[in-house]
Ligand binder design. Structure first.
Ligand code: ADP
Ligand code: MG
Length: 722
């Protein structure tokens, strides 16, 4: 007779019904209804004020104080008319999370009454008590407090919170001395740096009237849903976001369909609810129901300006999590919640462009556009080759390490996939001559047009971490739980750096009287000769590539975060960020400190949880069962039978291993070395392998011990019953 809490959880799940949600109204009715859009501003603001804010959005810079007052007034009226009593400066600390400080609009008056109040000053600048956010030592050396400042380019919105509706104002978070304490500030700076260099190159190519060049991002978010009822029984899922134990589910077992027929409906209702909320927030979500693994789903919005896309990506993660709760699920954004099952990533699709020149990573149809495209794309190639290790380091988290290089996600070696046709074009440039143009014969840059490059997804190489997909690059190594800001900052900055190099070369050549076509060709030739080693169209999963990449191509294979995070301390990386005004050496070092600390913390928490679960949940269940088994064996022997002791012996063997490994893990936890790099290496090379060995013992027990006595919800239950 099943008696454990595990079976009680199973039964409660069986009784679940989809949570009722309002039917989604027509899209036009709800689209961005909770956003203080430019349209709403235009309707609410005097003409001059609106023009001024439009200019600030387009060109950056500081908002005029008098305009800020007018905007604040209009914003407050809109928000309070919708029932909001609070406003919050929303900011993005270095933790991948979203933080906010809520303040009431209320202003008590001397006569005992109260009015609502919101001034330009309150809109533009806030002062959160940020001392609890990790800052890598910046604030101990500078000022104790930081402040938030409205990012005018990202619209304010209303968010339902436990306080009621709250007016949320996206902000940057900086110290009083101006150091970035968040993820938004460097993103804005990296975009400005990229714009500056892109403008230079576009001008050299003879373009006039160039609108600001902006980066765009479309991020595909993968996630798992697990029923909430399991959480109380899985402290690992609850506290670490991933299972530290669990034997793989037996193949071919069809436990789910007939058993919990109504459950998939719950997921559908959940998704509809998520989309509904995102539409109201002006997030252009397009849900896809494709499940790579059981229990796994994906949501991808249409791409937007990188800065807004990043804020929206944070909103997507928040809404997924809160909505899951409402529907009796837990949404797991961890990169590898279940061993042996596909992990979750976040493909970051990235391109750059302007309103005057369109997408600069789109080959285009005129010879001039093609030359331009080859130079911009060449700049990306150069950047990824020079700073591939930086790209690896910005996706380095404890969770993502389980994914990268694990034969289902891109390898930890950063290479570029261009597709065979484009790769061929660059190879020809490298060899000094472009053959096969539309008109036949030798091709001249700036005279002929390039062949069309297929955008067909079928042609894509899924094993590449950084792939050209027709009119954009797709960075696939990003983890599902990460903010996309870090990867975007790195991509924008390495592109800015390469564009600046390209512009320098062209300037020198053009100054010497060389025509633009031959100058561009020469620069491209140099890029392909010096950086072609990063281009790889083969199987990124194969062991030959892993060997060849390092030995013949000179690419780095930074297997773990412990290997990858110290890249942030390399002089060339420090110079790169400083040169383009994206991160000062102090800001960069602070990031290294925070990420190293997070890595260590994540693994040490997991190690402690492993110990706790093995000792307090698994071991007691195992010894109790072993006792029963021994009693039964004795009874059988007493009546003259000779039963096999094999199972009991095997269980006893694993139980001993469990004891040995917990002792070893505990000792290792207590002997961490000093210094962040040594501490990270200890986590990667000592704690994680020991946890793996402990896990092997526990998972071995799971397949031997009476299912009724097993305390942890199994993979089969968590993955297939939803
Ligand atoms: P998949 O990569 O799975 O085939 P899609 O083709 O739907 O997926 O595209 C994935 C993401 O790429 C979406 O968010 C989409 O909006 C985005 N995207 C499309 N074009 C661009 C572009 N030029 N720049 C940036 N992102 C883009
Ligand atoms: Mg994709």
């Amino acid at each position: 007779m099943p008696s454990s809490e595990r079976f009680a959880a199973l039964q409660s799940i069986q009784r679940r019904k989809p949570t009722a949600v309002e039917p989604t109204p027509a899209l036009e009715k709800i689209w961005a209804s909770d956003v203080f859009t430019l349209g709403k501003m235009k309707a609410a603001l005097p003409k001059d004020a609106f023009k001024s804010i439009q200019r600030t959005i387009r060109e950056g810079g500081k908002l005029d104080a008098s305009v800020a007052d007018v905007v604040a007034q209009a914003m407050k009226e809109w928000a309070t008319s919708r029932g909001a009593l609070y406003y919050a400066h929303v900011f993005y600390p270095l933790t991948n999370l979203t933080a906010e400080k809520h303040d009431g609009f209320i202003a008590p008056q001397s006569d005992g009454s109260a009015i609502t109040e919101f001034t330009g000053k309150l809109l533009v600048q806030g002062e959160p008590d940020g001392s609890s956010f990790p800052n890598g030592g910046i604030r101990s050396t500078f000022e104790a407090r930081g402040y938030t400042a409205w990012d005018v380019t990202s619209p304010a919105f209303l968010m339902p919170t436990p306080n009621g509706l709250t007016l949320c104002i996206p902000t940057v978070f900086v110290s009083w001395t101006g150091e970035a304490l968040d993820k938004k500030t460097p993103l804005l700076r990296s975009n400005a740096a990229m714009n500056q260099q892109a403008q230079r190159l576009l001008k050299l190519l003879g373009n006039k009237e160039i609108a600001p060049v902006n980066s765009s991002c479309g991020a595909e978010q993968e996630y798992f849903l697990v029923d909430n009822a399991y959480l109380g029984l899985r402290p690992d899922l609850l506290l670490a976001g991933r299972t530290l134990f669990g034997a793989p589910p037996a193949k071919g077992q069809q436990f789910d369909d007939h058993y919990f027929g109504a459950i998939p409906e719950r997921v559908q209702v959940f998704m509809q609810d998520v989309e509904h909320q995102l539409y109201r927030l002006g997030v252009p979500a397009k849900t896809r129901h494709n499940e790579v693994a059981p229990g796994q789903f994906e949501i991808a919005p249409v791409y937007e300006a990188a800065n807004v896309a990043t804020d929206h990506q944070q909103l997507i993660m928040t809404v997924l999590k809160s909505t899951a709760k409402k529907h009796g699920f837990t949404c797991l954004l961890h990169e590898k919640p279940f061993a042996g099952v596909n992990g979750s990533g976040k493909h970051v699709n990235w391109s750059i462009g302007s309103s005057s020149h369109g997408n600069l990573l789109d080959p285009g149809h005129t010879p001039h556009d093609n030359m331009q495209f080859l130079l911009f794309c060449g700049a990306v190639i150069r950047g990824v080759h020079k700073y591939g290790s930086l790209l690896r380091s910005v996706v380095a988290t404890a969770g993502n390490d389980h994914r990268l290089g694990a034969n289902e996600a891109p390898p930890a070696i950063i290479s570029i996939y261009l597709g065979s046709q484009l790769e061929d074009v660059y190879n020809q440039i490298r060899d000094g001559e472009l053959k096969g143009s539309a008109s036949g014969g030798v091709m001249q840059l700036g005279v002929d047009t390039l062949p069309e490059f297929p955008k067909d997804p079928g042609d894509r190489n899924r094993t590449s971490p950084f792939a050209f997909t027709g009119n954009r690059f797709e960075f696939r190594a990003v983890g599902s739980g990460q903010s996309v800001a870090g990867p975007l900052v790195a991509m924008n900055t390495i592109l800015a750096d390469s564009l600046s190099w390209v512009a320098d070369q062209l300037e020198a050549r053009l100054g010497g009287g060389e025509p633009i076509e031959s100058a561009a060709f020469a620069v491209l030739k140099q890029i392909t000769q010096e950086h072609g080693a990063v281009i790889f169209g083969g199987d990124g999963y194969s062991s030959e590539w892993h060997e060849k990449a390092v030995r013949e191509r000179g690419l780095e294979n930074l297997r773990t975060s412990a290997d990858a995070l110290p890249v942030l301390r390399r002089p060339e990386v420090r110079d790169l960020f400083a040169r383009h005004g994206v991160l000062s050496p102090v800001e960069l070092e602070s990031r290294y400190e925070v990420y190293a600390e997070q890595y260590v913390l994540a693994i040490e928490v997991e190690a402690k949880l492993s110990l706790r679960i093995a000792r307090t949940q698994v071991y007691p269940a195992v010894t109790a069962y072993l006792g029963d088994l021994a009693g039964s064996l004795q009874e059988q022997e007493a009546i003259g039978l000779s039963p096999s002791r094999a199972i009991a012996q095997e269980i006893a063997g694993f139980a001993q291993q469990l004891l040995d490994k917990t002792a070893a893990l505990e000792a290792a936890l207590g002997s961490a070395p000093h210094g962040s790099e040594a501490h990270m290496a200890h986590c990667a090379n000592t704690l994680l392998p020991l946890m793996g060995e402990l896990r092997a013992a526990v998972d071995g027990l799971e397949s031997l011990v009476d299912d009724n006595a097993w305390p942890l919800p199994t993979y089969q239950e968590m993955l297939f019953i939803r």
